[in-house]
Design a protein around this ligand. Structure first.
Ligand SMILES: [Zn+2]
Length: 490
């Protein structure tokens, strides 16, 4: 049967909806959060592909978050308690620790109280529209020194999807909680790295961490989260579910009373899609695409890191959004005839390698995950449908670049330096075409070796443009300065 290729023409397909939600005013008394327990990190092996078990020891100084969420019956008020074991993995002494409070710039509100460093109360400072919580340390933290930082928090979740694609929202019977805990910022060559994210791109930039999370929620809410579920208790109309996730860059949690589960297995990975039953066709088709793309990417880039990959349908304004071990797909493309499902699912699956496994500053160097996810999608189309699939996806990439008149705008700029249409045309279009150019310049064999070594050498860490260029130059034994000058920097 002839395959008809239909692709999206813009990443910024914004929708408005006439749905309105009636908040349920009644509040339930919140049960106490569970106490923080000492943790043996080897417990996280259960959710990891056995090939990666050694990373648990390598990342034994990564942050360990223990979070207890309580979701109110009205589904938009949340309280929480968080304890983080944080080690100074930098080469410098730290006088402050910076946490992001993303709800304060995603349309909701997050308040934090009772902050303690090693059980001593401390007064924080706030900036970036209260999205940055600065914790001053009475005693500076030396390299390799460990501290515990605990706090309590409350979140009012927005009941709209107006900001940042609606990544954090209670809307259309779906509670989507992206970045819904105080998240430690990355300390890099800029120092503590934090900014207010532009509307076009991704919000968070984070190091690999471990998470032990309990979620206390109404029993009828079907909960889906990063990592693996390790315990469920039910009392009356409430449930308490425990998750373990890590190493991951973020913890994503979604709930809906309408979700049904659809399952698939591929190469030792359990794939689950959560969506209302009437979207079953879209879920099954997505699971096919996910399974096929995992096979292709396992082969080309190295093994998928976890034992599970969960999909949820949400009312997000993006077509799809990646999280560690989880992917959100927007409701309206779940109808397979819309033609957006395959390219969206495959692009988001590719982010499990480029964004999660190999991290990058998604605000300053978005091309490192977005252009690579687009290029990986093209590799999938080539593997799956041959020359015709490759040509069709290349036309899509060229079409995106043509939106900005094929202007030679560099692909390596921060999100904030592009207009919305440039971000789509350059980072999602021209950026992927750059990797085709790089492949023909280096030769197919060198290029394939480069992609494998780039992932293997930077897995669990954070890459930069210079690291990617060096890996490529090592693989081809050639100077890529001029090529990078023409496409990436200039
Ligand atoms: Zn993407």
């Amino acid at each position: 049967m002839k395959k008809t290729f239909l692709f999206l023409t813009s990443a910024l397909l914004l929708l408005t909806s006439c749905l309105s939600l009636q908040p349920q005013a009644e509040a339930t008394p919140l049960p106490p959060a569970t106490a923080t327990q000492p943790v043996n990190l080897s417990t996280f092996k259960a959710g990891l592909n056995p090939q990666y078990h050694a990373v648990i020891d390598e990342l034994s100084n990564a942050s360990l978050y223990q979070i207890d969420f309580v979701i109110n019956d009205n589904l938009y008020q949340i309280t929480g308690k968080q304890s983080v074991d944080y080690t100074n993995n930098e080469k410098v002494t730290l006088n402050e620790i910076h946490f992001r409070l993303f709800p304060n710039i995603l349309g909701g509100k997050m308040t934090v109280n009772n902050i303690k460093v090693n059980h001593e109360s401390i007064e924080p400072k706030y900036s970036l529209n209260d999205s940055l919580l600065v914790i001053p340390l009475e005693k500076p933290l030396q390299p390799n020194e460990k501290i515990n930082i605990s706090m309590e928090f409350e979140i009012i979740v927005p009941r709209s999807v107006d900001l940042n694609y609606g990544v954090q929202a209670y809307y259309s019977d779906v509670l989507a909680l992206a970045h819904a805990y105080p998240m430690i910022a990355v300390y890099d060559d800029e120092g503590w790295n934090a900014e207010i994210p532009p509307q076009s791109g991704d919000v968070a930039y984070a190091d690999m961490s471990f998470f032990i999370v309990t979620v206390d929620a109404p029993k009828d809410l079907v909960l889906v989260a990063s990592g693996i579920e390790t315990n469920v208790e039910e009392t009356g109309n409430r449930q308490r579910v425990r998750y373990e996730a890590g190493p991951v860059r973020d913890f994503y949690l979604v709930g809906s009373p309408n979700y049904q589960e659809f399952i698939r297995e591929v190469d030792g990975v359990t794939l689950r899609f959560y969506t209302p039953g009437y979207m079953q066709a879209g879920a099954e088709e997505s699971l096919d695409y996910a399974a096929q793309s995992i096979k292709v990417f396992n082969e080309k880039y190295g093994a998928y890191p976890y034992t599970e990959l969960d999909f949820v349908s949400t009312p997000t304004l993006a077509l799809g959004i990646e999280y560690p071990g989880m992917i959100a797909i927007t409701d309206w493309i779940m109808e397979p005839q819309m033609g957006y499902l395959e390219v969206t699912v495959v692009h988001e699956v590719a982010h499990q390698w480029f964004y999660n496994l190999v991290g990058n500053d998604q605000l300053d160097e978005p091309w490192l995950d977005e252009s690579l996810a687009q290029f990986a999608t093209m590799e999938y189309f080539t593997e799956r449908y041959g020359e015709e699939g490759m040509m069709a996806f290349r036309r899509e990439l060229k079409g995106r670049w043509a939106y900005v008149g094929n202007e030679e705008i560099p692909i390596g700029l921060p999100v904030r330096d592009y207009s919305g249409v440039e971000y789509s045309g350059i980072v999602y279009g021209r950026g992927a075409l750059f990797f085709m150019e790089l492949e023909s310049f280096m030769g197919a064999e060198n290029f394939s070796a480069f992609m494998k070594s780039y992932v293997a050498n930077n897995a669990w860490g954070i890459s930069t443009t210079e690291i990617l260029r060096l890996e490529a130059e090592l693989s081809c034994g050639c100077d890529l300065g001029e090529l990078f000058e023409v496409w990436v920097y200039r």
